[in-house]
Each structure stands twice: as C-alpha cells, then as structure tokens.
Design a protein around this ligand. Structure first.
Ligand code: HAM
Length: 424
C-alpha cells in the first residue's frame, strides 16, 4: 500500500474503537450524573475563534493549527481543542439565557500539528466538559473531582492531581510584568522561540520544553506571590472543597498550561505510568474567554482528557477492558436451499435480542460448524431441507453436543430460555 494514514494519525481498529466506545459510554453515564448535557460542534471553525480564544503567543496557534482556506475564501481551522468552540456555541445560541449555569460535555477528534510520539498525535480524541455561567469555586472543585472520579471509575489508580491559581485580570498584569522583567535579564539563556514568547506573553515561556529555558523558569517569580485577595480566597476555597471530597492534590506553582484563556484555577491529572506525555487530562477556569471572542462576560471552567493517553495508562495498569460481546447462536444450513430461510431466522433471533450469526462465505455444513465452534457460540441451529419443510430445525448444544429438534415457531423462546440458563 502506498497510501496509508497521514503522519501522526491512526486508524481506530475494532479493539481500540471498542475501548473508545467504552470510554465514551462511561463518561456519558458519569458526566450526566453530575448534571452535564451533551453538545457537539463542527470539526472546523473560523480561524479567528482560536487565534482570539487560545492566544496568538501559544504554541497551538503559532505552530500547530491545521488552517486552510475554503473555496469561498474563508480561513478555517480544524479544531485543536473544544473550549473555544463550546463557548462560541453558548454565546451564539444564548444558552445561558436567564443567568443559569450551563453544564456541557463533549467528545471527538482534535487536530494539532505536533511532533508525533507515544501519547502525542496530530489527530487525537478528547472527552471534556465546560460549565458556563458561574464564578463559584465549587464549580472548579466539581470539575477536578469529576475528572479524577472518571479515571478512577475506568480503573486507574496511579493518578497525580496538580493544581494552581493563575490570577485574574486584576493581578495577572503585575505578575506578567515581573516575569517579563526577570526574563529580560536572562534573555541570552533563552531559545529564540522564548525570546519571541517573552515579548508576546511571558507566561508562554513556561510551555518551552528546552532544558535551558526550563532552568531559567525554575528560578522565575511565582504567580502565587502576586495573586490578589479575591484569587487567593477562590483558590483556598477550591482546596478546601477538594479536601472535603477526600481528593489528594499537590499545588504546582508552574502549572500555567498552554492557553492564554486561563484565569484563577488550573489543574492537570497525570499518570506516572506514561513517559514524557504523562498528562491524562487538564483544564481550568477561563472567566475572560467569552469576551476574548466577542461575547459578554461569562465565567467558565472545564477540562479535557486525552483518549489515547487514557488507553495507554489503562494498559500500563493492566486494567481489563470490555471484550467483544458474545454471539450466542450460529444458524447453519445443510445446503443452498435453506440459505434464505436461515437469513430470515437469523433476523428473527436478532429482533428477539439474541445475538446470532450465519455464514456468508458459501461454506459447507462442516465448514460452518467449524466456524461456529471457533466463534464460541452456545448453540448451533442447523437447518436442513427436510426439517425446514416440517417447520423445524436441529439445535446443537455446542458444549455437550446434545441435539434437539425444535419447531421454528418456538425457536426464539426456546433459545432465549436455554441461553439464560447457560449464562446465569
Ligand atoms: P489540553 O491540555 O491541551 O487542554 O488537552 C487535554 C488533554 O488532551 C491532554 O491532557 C492530553 O491528554 C490530550 N492531548 C493534548 N494534545 C494531544 C496530542 N497531540 N496527542 C494526544 N493527546 C493529546 C485542552 O485542550 C483544553 N481545551 C482543556 C480545557 C477544557 N480547559 C478548559 N476546558
């Protein structure tokens, strides 16, 4: 094959796709129990949404977006994340009318032009939430608790919860200034990218993976020394609520995360089972984002988790995942004359919620029985021309080999009863 998946993308083959379905189903059940409702937005959006929402100085906007012009001359971008699109949808459809708290969850593919490595790809899947309309620290704490409980429900145990407070429009400018002043004094040690970052948004220097820049940042002023009373009070309440929920966490003063929209709380859940890409999920509060994209002030908080990394962590922790659901009955035909009748019977069994299969490859009866044995069915219903004419079939119990003549009219009921006995 000369045409294969583009670099940094992969197919979700059945085994992985089934795990993804399980992650989704578990998320939907848990998130709904926390009061979140589903939302879905387009795969591409106006480029401006991300430039304004995520920030021009971020790596995502500066280097990683899949941006293209469509045939109508519009600049569009494949979504690199879903927070800005969900806030866009919230504003566009006035979902917060009446001043209520709107809690939304989503799942789907995101696109970032990053250097692929284990746990990092160019098309990757996220599951996330956004809670819009409330300032209360309890919404931040609820989001953190939900993210951790989700991973725990999947069966993960090795989880580190890191939290930080990024300050707000009141106190961030002073921190930004102090950080910029510090960095200007150490410019010769910074990489060219960080020199650019320093002038656009000095907080983005925290995102640099370059070890020399990281050394410089280790001695940088910390945001905690600049936070205003309101931010400090908010953060203290988040911490108290996490303690109330019995959730262990660490405060990491360097957790600024790679988006310009964060204010106040940021958080990340990591697994030490993974390599360099150890963040399973992360998020934070973004009280200024709605205004950044042209809407009225709307406080918000949310998170997103990466499906690939979650699956890698589940594998590393040896958590068993649901296997393919069993097929219970194989309908075999003695010769060609009963194929149509078999097709009808398989359909009737499936309608009666009995997982059934038949041969589509023109196999002989012997071949069909071999296939039935391999697929691990409990029963084979064998349809010969004489039996079919009498309105019967032979049902073989695959384990004991015992055979019974069963009227076709009673087949669903007969099998349903026996299957129940066998799997109870
Ligand atoms: P993020 O930290 O960029 O946050 O992404 C969240 C998660 O997506 C990461 O923790 C990681 O598991 C996964 N992820 C990110 N990039 C990749 C990649 N290239 N390959 C594989 N997995 C990846 C956000 O996207 C924010 N929108 C989260 C948020 C929601 N903040 C507030 N609300």
């Amino acid at each position: 094959m000369s045409i294969v998946t583009p670099k940094g993308t992969s197919d979700m083959l059945p085994d992985v796709a089934r795990k993804w379905q399980f992650l989704l189903a578990t998320a939907a059940e848990l998130f709904e129990a926390y009061g979140y409702e589903p939302i879905d937005t387009p795969i591409f959006e106006a480029t401006e949404l991300f430039v304004r929402g995520i920030g021009e100085a971020t790596d995502i906007v500066h280097k990683e977006m899949y941006t293209f012009e469509d045939k109508g001359g519009r600049s569009l971008t494949l979504r690199p994340e879903l927070t800005a699109p969900v806030v866009r949808a919230y504003l566009q459809h006035n979902l917060g009318g009446g001043g209520r708290l709107v809690k939304l969850y989503y799942a789907g593919p995101m696109f970032r032009f990053e250097r692929p490595q284990a746990g990092r790809s160019r098309q990757f899947w996220q599951i996330g939430i956004e809670a819009l309309g409330a300032e209360a620290p309890s919404v931040d704490a609820e989001a953190i608790v939900l993210l951790v409980r989700y991973f725990e429900r999947l069966g993960l145990r090795d989880l580190q919860v890191l939290i930080n407070s990024m300050g707000c429009v009141e106190c961030r400018p002073a921190y930004r200034e102090a950080l910029a002043a510090y960095l200007r004094g150490r410019t010769p040690e910074l990489c060219p990218d960080c020199v650019r970052r320093l002038e656009m948004n000095p907080l983005r220097v925290f995102d640099c993976k370059n070890p020399e820049c990281a050394d410089v940042m280790n001695e940088a002023p910390e945001v905690a020394d600049f936070t205003c009373g309101d931010c400090a009070e908010h953060f203290n309440e988040v911490k108290a609520l996490l303690a109330e929920a019995g959730l262990a966490y660490e405060v990491d003063a360097r957790l600024v995360r790679g988006f310009d929209y964060y204010t106040k709380t940021t958080f990340e859940v990591r697994s030490s089972q993974l390599g360099a890409q150890n963040a399973l999920g992360g998020g934070g509060r973004y009280d200024g984002l709605a205004e950044m994209i042209g809407g009225s002030r709307t406080p918000g908080v949310g998170f997103a988790l990466g499906a690939e990394r979650t699956m890698l962590a589940l594998e590393a922790e040896d958590v068993s995942m649901p296997a393919r659901p069993p097929v219970h009955v194989f309908v075999a035909t003695v010769d060609e004359t009963t194929r149509r009748a078999a097709f009808g019977i398989v359909g009737r069994l499936r309608e009666a919620q009995i997982a059934a299969e038949m041969d589509h490859m023109g196999r002989s009866l012997k071949g069909q029985m071999k296939q039935a044995g391999k697929s691990g069915v409990l029963f084979a219903a064998i349809l010969g021309p004489d039996e079919a004419a009498r309105g019967e079939c032979t049902v073989r119990d695959m384990e004991s080999g015992e055979e019974s003549a069963v009227p076709l009219a009673d087949l669903e009921e007969w099998l349903a009863e026996r299957i129940k006995e066998e799997i109870m």
